[in-house]
Write a protein that binds this ligand. Structure first.
Ligand SMILES: [Zn+2]
Length: 124
């Protein structure tokens, strides 16, 4: 942050703080400050990410299960999806995080472009 704000009470330079769920400004001297609604960066992110699972003749069972769950299809459909071509899904961060999270949990061999910068365990 480049802008500076001074405390209205004592004139001390305010410090920006950021905790889970909220952020704001706080005076380090007298403690005066305010919180602002924290917008999750993942929700504000307009980047379109592409998640790819490369085509494979022998998809891992756990990946098939994972995909079947995400697509709400049966295992056979999920398996043929993985066998017929690369499985590709793209969307904004908030839309594809469930895929990134699930594929990570299931140990799928996948790649994300651009690299997914969020902590998938934390993000909503
Ligand atoms: Zn102050």
């Amino acid at each position: 942050m480049t802008e500076t704000t001074c405390c209205e009470k004592c004139g001390e330079l305010m410090e920006y703080y950021h905790e889970s769920g909220s952020c704001g400004m706080l005076c380090p001297k007298c403690g005066w400050g305010w919180a602002t609604t924290y917008f999750s960066p993942i929700k504000a992110d307009k980047t379109v990410y592409t998640v790819t699972i490369p085509k494979t003749d022998r998809p891992q069972l756990n990946v098939i299960k994972c995909l079947a769950k995400l697509r709400q299809c049966n295992y056979l459909e999920a398996k043929s999806l993985l066998q017929s071509s690369d499985f590709v899904i793209s969307g904004k961060a908030k839309e594809i995080i469930k895929y990134v999270r699930a594929f990570s949990e299931f140990g799928a061999d996948f790649r994300t472009e651009p690299e997914f910068p969020y902590d998938i365990a934390e993000a909503e």
